[in-house]
Design a protein around this ligand. Structure first.
Ligand code: BGC
Length: 352
């Protein structure tokens, strides 16, 4: 069968190649791959900035935003042939640390977790893959191919879970959220904000292309202006930062209303320095009881929350997030970003 593989640490080593067919072990599903989404992490791996091959190998099958259809399932697994599923990304570390031992592998403390398609385990960008039934998540058949948005939705479901837990440390009645970045993570964060009945503001660099309309169709206000000016006007109770751009991160921390919560989800490139008044930000954070949280990955609870959020969303809107689909044989095209891209997906079965 064919898979999209990469040699972590080597630039330009991405290729579609023949690899051995996977054999399901005890308790595992065999799945026909339908699609994988491509995100910034995949591009970083392709650019040799991130990623680890499985021990003893030099190539890794890429892909952590999965969608597949079950081909075979163990009788008592709760899955049946034909079910649409996504595979969970992370596996607990082998020690395990206290967090992993409690199912909070998204909060792993010793860094020895593994991740499909990212860190030491093959990913899902293959015509067939296997997954432990305990790490497979059912996707509502009504979602169809929009089910490939499951994994990025888990990332924002975790971010919202963190925001709400932190908010509950005192009286909490948020009204407004500012989402910085209108890529897939930003727009899905905005979707979950709208589902919570909040006044949603989305800020991005571009003022044309599909993003303004996608935000507007959630009932969100779209801003292409200066983040500091927008934050001053909106005084958001919550900021979900989805770009990792240093200036936006700083202005997000500086721009909340009192008791503001900033959740950082974007991974920045190291080495970008900023001339900034940290004293002013510190003063505001202290005097207003503000909180800044980082959030990565997602545990099984977040997969369940994401499934609910996607089931409640408007399916045509979700489909519009996937602005480009590329067949596996042309998978490398998916790594050349185009101006109007929101989510790019690689199809694995020749489907649309
Ligand atoms: C994935 C996460 C993963 C993180 C770090 C993100 O792109 O969505 O699941 O934990 O990269 O490897």
């Amino acid at each position: 069968m064919r898979a999209l593989t990469v040699r972590p640490g080597e630039k330009g080593a991405l290729r579609v190649e023949e690899v051995p067919d996977p054999e399901p072990g005890p308790g595992e599903l065999l799945v026909d791959g339908l699609a994988v989404g491509v995100c910034g992490t995949d591009r970083e791996i392709a650019d040799a900035l991130y990623g680890w091959a499985p021990p003893g190998r030099d190539r890794l099958v890429l892909g952590h935003e999965s969608l597949g259809r079950v081909r075979t399932a163990p009788p008592d697994s709760g899955f049946a042939p034909g079910d649409l599923v996504a595979g969970v990304v992370r596996r607990p570390d082998p020690v395990p640390c206290g967090a992993c031992a409690h199912g909070h592998f998204d909060m792993c403390r010793n860094g020895r977790y593994t991740e499909r398609g990212i860190k030491e385990i093959d990913g899902y960008a293959a015509e067939r893959w296997t997954v432990e039934a305990d790490y497979a998540v059912r996707i509502d058949p009504a979602l169809g191919r929009a089910g490939v948005l499951m994994e990025p939705t888990t990332v924002v479901a975790k971010a919202w879970d963190q925001i709400e837990r932190v908010g509950r440390r005192s009286w909490f009645d948020p009204r407004t959220v500012l989402v910085t970045g209108a890529g897939p993570i930003g727009l899905l964060a905005a979707l979950l904000g709208a589902q919570r009945g909040l006044e949603v503001h989305v800020l991005d660099r571009v003022s044309d292309g599909p993003k303004p309309r996608l935000a507007a169709d959630l009932g969100a206000a779209y801003h292409a202006g200066d983040v500091a000016e927008v934050a001053r006007r909106v005084r958001p109770d919550i900021v979900v930062e989805c770009t990792g751009a240093a200036r936006l991160v700083f202005e997000a921390m500086a721009g909340t209303g009192p008791y503001g919560i900033v959740c950082l989800t974007g991974v920045s490139s190291p080495g970008r320095t900023l001339d900034a008044d940290i004293g002013r930000v510190n003063r505001d954070i202290v005097l207003q009881n503000d909180v800044v949280i980082g959030s990565v990955n997602a545990n099984l609870d977040h997969y369940r929350a994401a499934a609910d959020a996607l089931a409640a969303a408007d399916r045509p809107w979700l489909e519009r997030l996937i602005t480009r689909r590329v067949p596996l044989e042309r998978a490398l095209d998916a790594f050349d970003p185009r101006p109007d891209d929101v989510k790019v997906a690689i199809t694995l079965d020749g489907g649309a």
